[in-house]
Write a new protein. Structure first.
Length: 180
């Protein structure tokens, strides 16, 4: 029952993919870039872009990762903090990514997919493990996940900047939650 919010997020991703695939929704109106999101103040794109996926493989891989990481976050933090971590890392990480892309002159680079928010969840788990078991054990426990994340971040058509920004925000959010 605790995972209901996770299932709803996964269903929302599937529905948005279906609507963009069948062209009932325009991917271009939901995706984000510096020029559309920040310059033109279309801030809703910080959220809608995370529910868009380029193709079915992109969707399926992200939903498998979201389920696996999401269930761990819900187990450790509970469903309410899962939602907070998911959306804060999604939004704050994407803002950082857009600003970095802007500073690199990439104002029209579009970003889609839930992988940034998933990276934020991974960052939160990394901080949780580091706090409880030490940083070396945290990296050892998550080594396969982190290697996969780094490799995926350097593939063409993947916004590695967003991955790293969201991961960092996830670590920061988890750290702040530990202070409360």
């Amino acid at each position: 029952m605790q995972n209901i919010i996770l299932y709803l997020i996964i269903i929302a991703n599937i529905v948005v993919y279906y609507l963009t695939y069948t062209e009932k929704l325009s991917l271009g109106r939901l995706a984000d870039s510096y020029s559309t999101t920040l310059r033109h103040k279309q801030y809703y794109r910080l959220i809608t872009s995370a529910f868009c996926h380029k193709n079915i493989i992109h969707l399926v891989l992200n939903m498998i990762a979201l389920y696996n990481v999401g269930t761990s976050i819900i187990f450790y933090y509970g469903p309410i903090l899962f939602v907070i971590i998911y959306f804060v890392t999604m939004i704050a990480g994407e803002i950082l990514s857009l600003l970095i892309h802007h500073n690199q002159g990439q104002d029209d680079l579009y970003s889609v997919g839930s992988s940034g928010a998933i990276c934020g969840l991974i960052g939160a788990i990394l901080m949780l493990y580091a706090y409880n078991f030490g940083i070396l054990n945290a990296f050892r426990s998550l080594s396969t996940t982190l290697i996969y994340l780094v490799v995926m971040s350097f593939l063409p058509q993947v916004d590695g900047v967003s991955h790293i920004c969201c991961l960092a925000v996830g670590v920061a959010v988890a750290y702040l939650l530990m202070l409360i």
